[in-house]
Design a binder for this molecule. Structure first.
Ligand code: ZN
Ligand code: ZN
Length: 426
């Protein structure tokens, strides 16, 4: 693989992030996968190594991809800082949403399913680059690629599975973690004007991370925006279809608007999201007419409800429906789908939670075995052919070349499998 290094003397390779300062900026998740790969490590191994190096206990069932590498929380910031230190590459938090942590609230920010633009992956390959993951794909309201004017996709074109972009121990960005197929092969649908508008706004935002200024009050700024857009909180909330208590909370209690709310302000105010987030509204006069586009954004989840009362019968029913689906999902995935934490499910829907976890565990073991058997067979064949052709052996790199483009053309388990087949211990 082609690796562009910035400094030769860091602990880890000083990989150059892709698409810096553009709407196509790489995500920290993808950067981390490329970094691991450049060291011939799995992402899981690298995550474990970094955590242990910093004195953290790492549980044996640690799943690196359930950690948050792109959101606005402290965990993301910590990962960005740790990887920056080890690679000597600065500002890796720009590959996440962490720079916006004082502006944008968490709800609705990160999508529940991993998405990608197949055309971007295809174009990366055609340009002789390693396919890389874009941060914009991990911003929930973005559903289209602005460059290619197509809708993002979330299922593998080869095995039809979801969440196969980077949720595995070994990840090669651009290839399915379940079947190894190239994710750029997916068919695409044209993007709607609404989706392109959102992609443009978020792209402009990602290209220009804000510098934090603790002294400026966001509440004062938002009050100014509200007054310019019609005067009072009630009128503003109604016009933008936001909850009145939510808007009141921004101005009085330091609440942060969600990304949906920022987009609604941008749309109704006729002001770019990048400009809005930089608070560059000097001379801005919002249009009197309602906007031509309708975002179709979901209303605030708490609108009209004083607080969230959970209907556990309804939730258990949803979980039982998930149990009947063809492809088992993990408890984390099921929890995310019903909008709760797995701990809550374990406490209040114990039977269903246990059944989901058990079913997924069995499924994973079975799939792992099937994949290993198929890969071993293929590695054996490739190795025999190479020995017959006079080579003495085979590295993982050779193997990838040989089986690239086939169903097993990923590197899952490849390291240990090559060793097992080579040593005759399969
Ligand atoms: Zn694209
Ligand atoms: Zn697949």
């Amino acid at each position: 693989m082609s690796v562009e290094l910035l400094t030769p003397r860091s602990v880890l390779h000083a990989l150059k992030p892709m698409g810096q300062k553009t709407g196509q900026v790489e995500s920290l998740t993808g950067y981390f996968c490329r970094l691991a790969y450049s060291h011939c490590m799995s992402a899981a191994q690298l995550a474990r190594w970094v955590l242990k190096r910093n004195g953290h206990e790492v549980p044996s069932d640690h799943k690196w991809y359930l950690r948050n590498f792109v959101s606005v929380g402290t965990e993301t910031e910590q990962w960005a800082a740790d990887i920056s230190e080890l690679t000597s590459v600065g500002n890796l938090d720009y590959l996440s949403l962490a720079p916006w942590r004082q502006f944008v609230g968490v709800p609705g920010l990160v999508p529940k399913t991993d998405r990608w633009c197949p055309c971007c992956f295809t174009e990366d390959l055609a340009a002789g680059l390693d396919p890389y993951l874009r941060l914009a794909w991990d911003v929930a309201p973005v559903t289209a690629c602005l460059t290619h004017k197509v809708a993002l996709t979330h299922t593998c074109p080869h095995c039809q599975k979801s969440n196969v972009r980077n949720r595995a121990s070994i990840v090669v960005p651009g290839y399915c973690t379940a079947c190894g197929g190239f994710l750029g092969d997916a068919e695409t649908d044209p993007a709607t004007p609404e989706a392109l508008w959102v992609a443009r706004q978020v792209g402009s935002m990602l290209a220009d991370p804000p510098s934090l200024n603790e002294n400026e009050s966001l509440a004062d700024f938002l009050s100014e925006v509200i007054s310019r857009m019609g005067g009072n909180v009630a009128h503003f909330a109604r016009r933008l279809d936001l909850s009145k208590s939510g808007v009141w909370y921004w101005t009085k209690k330091g609440g942060l608007p969600t990304i949906h709310a920022w987009l609604a302000i941008s749309l109704h105010g006729g002001v770019g999201l990048d400009r809005l987030l930089r608070r560059g509204i000097d001379g801005w006069v919002p249009p009197a007419e309602p906007p031509q586009l309708s975002l179709g954004l979901p209303s605030a989840p708490r609108k009209g409800k004083p607080s969230r009362t959970l209907d556990w019968e309804e939730i258990a029913g949803q979980l039982r429906a998930i149990l009947l689906e063809g492809i088992p999902v993990s408890l984390e995935e099921a929890s995310a789908r019903v909008g709760l934490h797995s701990k809550q499910l374990n406490l209040r829907a114990t039977a269903e939670a246990r059944a989901i976890a058990d079913r997924f565990q069995q499924y994973r073991m079975q799939r792992k075995q099937e994949q290993e058997d198929a890969l071993k067979k293929q590695v054996g064949e490739v190795l025999a052919a190479r020995v017959a052709a006079g080579y003495s052996g085979m590295s993982v790199r050779d193997l990838r070349k040989e089986i690239a483009g086939t169903r097993m053309g990923n590197v899952r388990h490849a390291f240990s499998i090559v060793k097992q087949v080579r040593d005759g211990t399969n």
